[in-house]
Design a binder for this molecule. Structure first.
Ligand SMILES: [Fe+2]
Length: 163
């Protein structure tokens, strides 16, 4: 039996990807250079692939698979904090958000039941990857960040021959 907190945590691991997908999807509307589109598009792809990976485990543990409209709206609205910034400023302001996400996922992994602890631990790695890529973007290394994210994708976006 999972505790109420553990159910809430597993739900968050799934719905957090719903949030992330809509966040990066909306971010694509505001940052238009080819390298920005590649990096943000790759992060969107990472969230989509990760959501697909989490779904069977959520289902196994009787978590509702219906994607939350609330989380989608939250993801889209979160972009309003950064949409009027230069991309590098936006990336810099996303670093502490990403650090908080890693810390929260560490807490979830520490408290997860054995049945889905490996998933929770892999989610810490997933969030750490996003944090690393965001830090690279905050240092002006968008292409390097896109390459890093692409190296973790099953279906990476094709890279333009030049930027
Ligand atoms: Fe994610």
């Amino acid at each position: 039996m999972m505790t109420a907190q553990q159910r809430e945590d597993l739900t968050l691991l799934y719905q957090g990807e719903v949030f992330g997908e809509m966040f990066y999807c909306t971010l694509l509307r505001h940052f238009h250079s080819p390298v920005q589109q590649l990096l943000i598009g790759s992060l969107l792809q990472l969230e989509t692939e990760n959501k697909a990976r989490v779904r069977p485990i959520a289902f196994k543990h009787d978590i509702d698979l219906i994607e939350s409209e609330y989380k989608r709206n939250e993801g889209a609205e979160f972009v309003s904090h950064v949409k009027n910034m230069e991309w590098i400023e936006a990336a810099r302001s996303l670093v502490p958000i990403s650090e908080d996400a890693v810390a929260n996922y560490r807490r979830i992994a520490a408290e997860a039941p054995e049945a889905w602890k490996p998933l929770a631990e892999s989610m810490v790695e997933h969030e750490t990857l996003i944090l690393t890529a965001t830090r690279m973007a905050a240092a002006g290394e968008d292409e390097k960040a896109a390459d890093l994210v692409a190296s973790h994708l099953v279906y990476p976006l094709p890279k333009p021959s030049s930027f």
